[in-house]
Design a protein around this ligand. Structure first.
Ligand SMILES: [Zn+2]
Length: 587
């Protein structure tokens, strides 16, 4: 929310939503509004509208709507602060430098800056070692053997950490104090307190954060040294679960193509990127952490998992799947075929079969459920117990599908493919669904709602009547005429906003509403309407009063027909007469 007085609020005031949206959607003026093809759902005739003065957008097709920030958040798959920054940039509003709040914070920032600098220096050092030393020459031969030519080494910043044990230390020691060097994770301290290089006799791969700053290294042993792969430890600037290798270079392609290829290690990511698929990222761990999934989710919600085909890779695939499905990703799984009996990781496959063959595999990668069914079919399905095992293997995934219809479709498919009795499977599914229900937030009923014309008219007036908004709100509040209406919550929010002295902003009223009410509210705001007048408002009140009387009359009538006691009947009849009289007078 753009709270009053904040930078976000100022940007919102100054931003022109038509201009910002116009950069993504071709808009045409139509009456007071602008319309175009909705960017959030596929359509041929425009049902997407932008309101220039109310500074909101609304799609009459899919129902998406909001203010300039929510539009940018949706389009750029970014968070609120990032959306504020983007809008400010588009509108030429200078962005204030973030304030450092306390001396500790300033110190922390300085420390982080120094650590990033150390990594930059280390990168220069490693690259030089690979290029210009005898040891580096051996490393280059090894890399060449793996298909990495000069161009690839330069493109991915691959370097070499020499075997000496303190080469990097000697290079950095004059410029940084020991404490900082140890904090960087590049230098370690042994029990006797002596410092030494963490990476020795290893090929180094710089690991950058999302904005392209090197924050860690991955290193592969050149000989048979163990472990084969050694990474930087967790440091103040690097947390394994918050970084995806290659995302800094992949993010534009990921956003453009709206999907990411997910591989295990940096060698795979490099091979896939070099084959021409720049939308590849590596988890650099056996399975995907939740924060990595969230990070990726800012760019796409569609993933093709292409992990190693060995048992560890399979487990990692299945574990990552669960987390991705929980975050409502659309997932396909690419299991590369073996090459001459050898299981193929992306690196090997591309080297042996080439980019085109990989692209074909990628294109044909099945939805995850087909991958899982194929896995289940490898189990023994001839016995009852075997079938139960297969179902138990599949159920947790099906359970994670948030969409009920989709879940049901998959159930049918699983039953067919595994030759199971569908009712049995469905029973298991609905039991699983019942267990799941408590943790799932129920989607609000989003079907369009009809509000009576008089309610729509009054809502519109409250949003627009600059001259008498406050009076209107007061009258409605005192008379309680909106109580019991379907639109009651919209009225309540509008009344609260109207009684304050601040100017009324539709997107702020909308923020107080549930999604279904928000949709109705925006729909009403986009209707053709006349200038509001107090006379019209009074005639609306009249209609609502009449409806109130009618409602009470119906209730009294029900009371009369319910066989009341003689005394009650008398009261009810006289009440009925009174209400009839009022109705007649109103006509
Ligand atoms: Zn739409």
């Amino acid at each position: 929310m753009a709270e009053a007085g904040t930078f976000a609020d100022r940007v919102k005031q100054q931003a022109d939503i038509v201009r910002v949206v116009g950069e993504y959607v071709r808009l045409k003026k139509s009456g007071a509004n602008f319309t175009g093809l909705c960017p959030f759902h596929a359509e041929k005739t425009p049902s997407f509208a932008v309101h220039p003065t109310k500074q909101i957008y609304h799609c009459f097709g899919c129902g998406k709507g909001g203010d300039v920030f929510s539009f940018v958040m949706e389009m750029e798959k970014c968070q609120f602060p990032e959306a504020v920054r983007i809008v400010a940039e588009k509108c030429g509003i200078p962005i204030p430098r973030p304030k450092e709040r306390s001396p500790e914070e300033r110190k922390e920032n300085q420390q982080r800056a120094a650590l990033v600098e150390i990594h930059r220096e280390a990168q220069t050092f490693f690259v030089k070692q690979l290029e210009g030393t005898l040891e580096g020459k051996a490393a280059r031969a090894y890399l060449e053997d793996r298909g990495l030519d000069k161009e690839a080494l330069a493109r991915f910043g691959i370097g070499y950490a020499p075997s000496g044990g303190d080469a990097l230390l000697r290079y950095l020691r004059d410029k940084y104090n020991e404490k900082l060097l140890v904090e960087s994770g590049l230098i370690s301290r042994d029990q006797s307190g002596r410092l030494f290089d963490r990476f020795r006799r290893r090929v180094t791969f710089p690991i950058a954060n999302e904005s392209g700053k090197i924050v860690a290294f991955g290193a592969r042993a050149l000989g048979d040294d163990q472990p084969k792969y050694l990474n930087s430890p967790e440091t103040p600037i690097y947390s394994k679960s918050n970084v995806l290798y290659h995302l800094d270079r992949a993010k534009d392609a990921v956003r453009r193509q709206d999907f990411a290829i997910l591989v295990e290690g940096y060698m795979d990511a490099i091979a896939v990127a070099r084959a021409g698929f720049s939308n590849v990222v590596a988890s650099c761990g056996t399975s995907l952490a939740e924060s990595q999934i969230k990070l990726l989710g800012r760019f796409t919600k569609r993933v093709v998992i292409n992990y190693d085909p060995d048992a560890a890779g399979q487990t990692a695939t299945e574990r990552s799947l669960v987390s991705l499905l929980e975050q409502e990703y659309e997932v396909r799984v690419l299991a590369l075929p073996a090459i001459e009996g050898r299981k193929a990781d992306p690196d090997l496959f591309i080297r042996e079969k080439g980019a085109e063959a990989y692209e074909k595999q990628l294109r044909e990668a099945p939805p995850y459920i087909d991958y899982l069914i194929a896995r289940a079919r490898q189990m023994d399905l001839t016995t009852g117990e075997g079938k139960r095992n297969a179902v138990n293997f599949l159920l947790p995934y099906v359970q994670k599908i948030p969409n009920r219809i989709l879940r049901s479709e998959w159930a049918t498919r699983i039953a067919q493919q595994l030759r199971l009795e569908e009712p049995v499977l469905r029973a298991a599914l609905s039991k699983a669904a019942a267990e799941r229900r408590s943790e799932v937030k129920i989607q609000p009923e989003l079907a369009g709602r009809a509000a009576k014309p008089v309610e729509r008219r009054l809502i519109r007036m409250l949003a627009e009547a600059e001259g008498f908004r406050k009076e209107l709100a007061q009258h409605l509040q005192v008379s309680q005429l909106y109580h019991g209406l379907e639109t009651e919550k919209i009225f309540a929010a509008l009344i609260v906003a109207s009684l304050s002295d601040a100017p009324l902003r539709p997107s702020e009223v909308a923020a107080m509403l549930e999604e279904r009410d928000r949709r109705l509210f925006f729909e009403i705001l986009f209707e053709e309407a006349m200038e509001p007048t107090w006379e019209e408002a009074e005639s609306c009140f009249e209609t609502l009063r009449k409806r109130q009387v009618e409602r009470e009359l119906a209730e009294v009538q029900r009371g009369i027909e319910a066989n009341p006691s003689r005394a009650d009947l008398k009261t009810l009849l006289s009440r009925k007469q009174e209400l009839m009289k009022r109705l007649a007078a109103a006509r």
